[in-house]
Design a binder for this molecule. Sequence first.
Ligand code: AMP
Length: 178
Amino acid sequence: MTSDDQALTCTAYIGLGSNLGDRLGNLSKALYEIAGFEQTTVQAVSHAYESEPAYLSEQPNFLNAVCQICTVLEPEQLLGCLLGIEDRMGRVRTCANDPRVIDLDLLVFGECELSTERLTLPHPGITQRDFVVTPLLEIAPTLVLPGGVQLRRTDGLIGRCISDAGPIPGPHPTRGSQ
Ligand code: AMP
């Protein structure tokens, strides 16, 4: 990315989750794909967290993580790229909240606030989901969401993180080398 491009970039946060197959490998593969998006840099990646399924309890635990990127893509383009990864990795949509090889949510895109048929920003589930709040606070402890909402890990969040499953192999800086 040139310095001219950098002036046009936006910081965004993406939530990643997997509860089928090689979960850590799936998160890693998705991160490599995100790092390959046009004029996009992965700046930080949280550890993976083992978490309880949030809505349909009769399914395996998830591994969840959050990454921070810098990109020139527009929000709709970025969403399209994320859905493309889900398709290529073989995500099958049967019903809402079903088990999945990979789930990618565009959590925050700069200060952007919008709601269309295809995209809501910030992602409406962020503040209720421990599997988002915990990894997001790890890499962005002072983040204030567009609209002024402060992130907090509190009792009563759904999809509770049970344990820290450690770093995810990938193309990004790891904790300690940043
Ligand atoms: P899900 O089952 O959570 O993967 O839902 C994916 C669908 O939610 C996509 O087809 C998107 O059009 C829609 N969607 C709306 N807002 C967002 C967002 N912020 N991030 C990801 N998907 C979104």
